[in-house]
Design a protein around this ligand. Structure first.
Ligand code: ARG
Length: 581
């Protein structure tokens, strides 16, 4: 087999490279980046929009061009001769419409079928990313907000990984802070034999948390002990460290069950991990004159914000912000990440805004206007709402138990009469896939309404519909007497019918879609692509007979390519595809 076409990048990237050559030939005196978009009109597949901007740069400088349209003509003419472009024409004030060669499109698809979809990885301008996601708090609830963070973060991680970017998947769990004093003392009081406790023995940690909080609020003597416990824990006293560890372990066990169900990989580096780095990081900021005294606390004043960022509380303790500063310092200097991405609800936007600005003031990060790395991004998302339009809850508890929720999705999706094993696997794939997709398909900033009925419907833009669409393609391939594996090598894709061409063009856009979703941190872009792809396939299948037609070999390959791309989308969305429904 031919070597994998590593490094070729997306189609848009390749067109941009050709346009860049043409621009250099057309206006050697000006240095501009190619502006290439997918064509919105029907005169081309991609378009180059450089002519108008170039005109305003060169006019009046004795240029021989008469107008932007003339520059467009020259750009079109100077495109290097190659097998990618069939023709180029100019429209309006100077839009250069580029038509791709059908045989090149067909070849690109066939190469992918032979060498694998990894050859369609986009090229991103970063090598290492820290993705801080999920990040629940020890002994507190892991609520649907954390579920959203987990699902969105995992998809972003998968998309970057597919694009050959190294991703440090970080679970920034809330495992440090004054609440541990009260939890530890309560543990000592309730379970004198706490050292021998198994991870299940405490029962419900959230109930345990509430009870200890109540004890803390009601009993001054207990409160006193709890506050002492914090000091002893932070001082590193053995017994207190051990108790803290025990509590974390119990929580971790619960979290891990959810991650296992969702098939999400995460490396825990909780708040406690960064605690030892805080003093030195604050020391540096202090010596730069960034930290001031204010009402007994130590703070950083930040332009554009009414309140300062508190980094040392009045009692001398560190907080969420000081931990995040230390963690960012660590991620930049020790882990050498170029892009640090945080996935939390939009409610935390102000915190991230402020601490990113503080990092810029310290010179850790360039001005975002420069569009340089390293950089930080907050991936915010909206609330999960119930049918009543209020924050999503179940009847019995205040928060939804994530495990129960996934179980319910699974049991509701039992659709057909199969063997038990098939049923178990399929309903899991369909049920969990539905929960993930319902979350990912929306623009993440909007609130979304959680509805089993909607997400498990087989109509409309749902995972179930897409699972059906994919399974149907698989069944078409099964029905044919031809061997797809053999066809991949010996057959030929032709894109003669207009609907074949449209489908083929959309397939090869896959890489630039992943690129866009990564660049803008928007999983919904990929969902939209997947949905459109299935619609385009339906149009193709309605108008082009596959099995039993003279074009069967070529069309079968198009079916296979569509199935492969759909499966890869599912993979990036963390959804297990189903081959038969
Ligand atoms: N534990 C926090 C919460 O539950 C989320 C942490 C997000 N990550 C961070 N580096 N601040 O809201």
């Amino acid at each position: 087999a031919a070597p994998a076409l590593q490094g070729a990048g997306s189609v848009k990237q390749q067109i941009s490279n050709l346009v860049a050559l043409s621009l250099r030939a057309t206006v050697p005196e000006v240095d501009v980046e190619p502006i290439v978009e997918v064509c919105t009109g029907k005169f081309g597949d991609y378009q180059c929009n450089n002519a108008m901007g170039l005109w305003s740069k060169v006019k009046g400088s004795g240029t021989s061009f008469k107008n932007p349209n003339a520059i467009g003509q020259a750009i079109a003419k100077n495109l290097p001769a190659c097998d990618v472009i069939e023709s180029a024409s100019v429209a309006g004030p100077g839009f250069v419409n580029i038509v791709l060669s059908k045989s090149w499109v067909a070849k690109r698809i066939q190469d992918m079928l032979v060498n694998g979809i990894t050859t369609w990885a986009p090229i991103l301008p970063v090598k290492r990313v820290v993705l801080d996601f999920s990040s629940p708090n020890i002994a507190k609830e892991m609520h649907v907000g954390h579920l959203r963070s987990t699902i969105i973060g995992d998809t972003l991680a998968r998309m970057f990984e597919f694009s050959n970017v190294e991703v440090l998947r970080r679970n920034h769990v809330g495992d440090w802070g004054t609440q541990f004093g009260m939890l530890i003392e309560f543990l000592f009081e309730k379970f004198p034999n706490w050292e021998e406790l198994g991870s299940q023995a405490i029962g419900d940690l959230q109930v345990f948390y509430k009870a200890s909080k109540q004890r803390f609020d009601e009993d001054a003597e207990f409160k006193d002990r709890a506050q002492q416990a914090v000091v002893r824990l932070q001082g590193g006293e053995e017994k207190y460290r051990a108790a803290w560890k025990k509590i974390c372990e119990i929580s971790r066990n619960e979290f891990d069950q959810v991650y296992k169900l969702l098939d999400v990989q995460l490396e825990e580096k909780g708040e406690s991990f960064y605690n030892p780095y805080i003093p030195q990081v604050l020391e540096k900021l202090s010596s730069q004159g960034l930290i001031e005294e204010s009402e007994g606390a130590r703070v950083i004043f930040i332009q554009g914000h009414q309140i300062p960022l508190i980094v040392v509380k009045r009692d001398g303790g560190f907080n969420y912000a000081s931990t995040d500063l230390a963690a960012l310092w660590y991620r930049l200097n020790v882990e050498k990440a170029e892009w640090i991405i945080y996935v939390t609800d939009v409610g935390q936007q102000q915190h991230f805004d402020m601490f990113f600005k503080a990092a810029r003031m310290a010179g850790w990060l360039p001005d975002p206007k420069e569009k340089k790395f390293p950089k930080t991004s907050h991936v915010g998302f909206g609330l999960v709402l119930g049918a009543d339009g209020k924050r999503f809850r179940t009847r019995s508890t205040e928060v939804v138990r994530l495990g129960d929720l996934l179980d319910e999705a699974k049991s509701r999706s039992k659709i057909v009469d199969w063997t038990d094993e098939e049923l178990e696997q399929t309903s899991k794939a369909v049920g969990y896939g539905a929960v993930k997709y319902a979350d990912l398909k929306n623009n993440r900033l909007t609130n979304y309404t959680f509805s089993f009925d909607q997400m498990l419907s087989d109509k409309g833009n749902t995972a179930v519909y897409l699972q059906y669409a994919h399974a149907r393609i698989c069944s078409i391939i099964r029905k044919s007497n031809m061997d797809v594996e053999e066809l991949k090598v010996s057959g030929n894709i032709s894109l003669a019918h207009p609907d074949e061409r449209v489908l083929g063009l959309y397939l090869i856009r896959y890489a630039e879609i992943v690129e866009e979703a990564c660049t803008n941190l928007l999983p919904s872009v990929l969902c939209e692509y997947l949905y459109n792809l299935s619609e385009m396939f339906t149009r193709f299948y309605t108008n082009c007979q596959v099995v039993g037609s003279p074009e069967e070999p070529s069309r079968l390959l198009l079916c296979e390519a569509t199935a492969v791309v759909m499966r890869q989308c599912f993979q990036l969305l963390g959804i297990t595809p189903v081959y038969k429904l």
